[in-house]
Design a protein around this ligand. Structure first.
Ligand SMILES: Cc1ncc(COP(=O)(O)O)c(C=O)c1O
Length: 421
């Protein structure tokens, strides 16, 4: 197990350390929220600035042919490489919520699976809302939300029994947003398939942090956002993966011209594109697409296996210190301890979590500002982002948390919560 007393040396020896300098870093601030919004790649800043000037400012409409029409496919292919999909099995363009709506609607209409939707208590609220909306539109039985004894880990036997007893379309987040619990993807895909069901995987908290092979895990549908570990920028479009065998069977409920077989024929009649492109709807957000390419390029260059390896090392070192130094001060660990069941953030709790979080963010004369995030009722999440998180920073956060609680510094901060945390 890694010992953080050697943190400086660990950073020196880190084979991924060179990637740190590819991002914008604010002085005197340690960022542990890359699991929510990733840092700015310097290349993205340059690309956007140049594109605004040259492509938009000067090229105007000509830039569609020269730069923009091929953009979504080019970035989609890079995501295919990262996720072990074939080229042409991923499309980028809408948000995660919209992609989930589109593909789940398409599955319900297509009719291969019983018209029953389920998810579980660990899933992110937007997924629940989208499914609930579909349930109302289709007039199908109520969305089933599977519960477990806590919000840290799924109980796989309960989940499997639910799939068996309520077959249909199941939506799960591969890494749970609160606790970082990581599901056994292949095992569940197989189980679902055996029980006349399909799992739609939300990879938002997993992509860029966990090595995923969509083929090896026999995944049929997956989607996720690109602004967390993928550093795609605020509101960067999501990716949607549909296994090729489903392309001709699923129809996009939002039939827009970008999903037409020949959009520039301007035909009066909609004809769905033959490929996954049918899941495009309207004009893509070009500046966001341009901004997200640097992030996937960096991740591919670093290599997802090495990134996951470093994430595990850093998380294990962090957890060890939490157990030794923070648990005696009233903290609890709300993430699975087994790294095979954990993504790349570590969640802790304390009865004064909100105030502790504010104390971290404020910093003081003796220590830097530290940015984690807060999730109700009392979770503090620390995103380990191996492209730029340093061992030294993990050591610092432990020392600062200890000081905030031992010296009761958190009492200087109000109890009421802000809108975005
Ligand atoms: C698991 C998961 N799904 C979806 C979203 C958000 O989706 P959207 O990109 O539509 O805002 C988040 C945001 O944090 C998330 O954690």
């Amino acid at each position: 197990m890694i010992d953080l007393s050697n943190a400086k040396l660990l950073d020196k020896k880190d084979v991924l350390s060179k990637f740190h300098s590819l991002f914008y870093h604010k002085k005197n601030e340690i960022y542990f929220d890359g699991n929510s919004l990733g840092k700015l790649p310097l290349k993205a800043q340059k690309t956007i600035e140049e594109a605004v000037q040259k492509q938009w400012g000067e090229g105007l409409i000509r830039s569609w042919n020269q730069y923009w029409l091929s953009l979504s496919s080019r970035i989609s292919d890079k995501y295919s490489e990262l996720l072990g999909a074939e080229k042409g099995e991923i499309i980028i363009g809408e948000s995660t919520s919209v992609s989930l709506y589109q593909v789940t609607y398409a599955l319900l209409k297509e009719g291969s699976f019983p018209k029953h939707l389920s998810t579980d208590i660990l899933n992110f609220p937007t997924d629940l809302y989208v499914l609930e909306g579909l349930e109302k539109s289709f007039g199908i039985p109520s969305l089933k939300i599977i519960s477990y004894k806590n919000e840290v880990e799924a109980e796989i036997e309960i989940l499997k029994a639910s799939i068996k007893n309520n077959p249909g379309i199941i939506c799960l987040s591969l890494v749970s947003y609160k606790s970082a619990y990581l599901y056994p993807m292949k095992q569940l895909n197989r189980w679902a398939s055996k029980h006349h069901s399909i799992i739609v995987w939300d990879l938002s908290h997993a992509v860029g942090a966990v090595a995923i092979d969509l083929k090896e895990t026999e995944t049929m549908i997956a989607l996720g956002c690109t602004y967390k570990y993928m550093n795609g920028g605020p509101g960067a479009p999501a990716f949607l993966y549909i296994n090729e065998e489903w392309h001709s069977k699923l129809l996009n409920p939002i039939q827009g011209w970008f999903g037409h077989q020949r959009p520039f024929d301007f035909s009066k009649k909609y004809e769905a594109a033959k490929s996954i492109k049918r899941f495009a709807s309207g004009t893509p957000a070009i500046l966001s697409l341009l901004g997200m390419e640097a992030g996937i390029d960096i991740t591919l260059e670093a290599g997802i296996k090495l990134l996951q390896e470093k994430s595990i090392q850093q998380s294990e070192a962090f957890i060890k210190e939490i157990i030794q130094q923070l648990v005696p001060l009233g903290f609890s660990i709300e993430s699975p301890l087994d790294h095979c069941k954990r993504g790349s953030h570590v969640t802790i709790s304390h009865y004064a979590s909100w105030q502790i979080c504010q104390a971290l963010i404020a910093g003081n004369d003796e220590h830097p500002k530290i940015i984690p995030d807060f999730r109700p009722p009392h979770f503090i999440r620390f995103g380990i982002t191996p492209l730029y998180t340093r061992f030294e920073e993990i050591k610092t956060v432990i020392q600062v948390l200890k000081e905030i609680v031992e010296r009761k510094l958190y009492l200087n901060f109000p109890l009421e919560k802000l809108e975005v945390t």
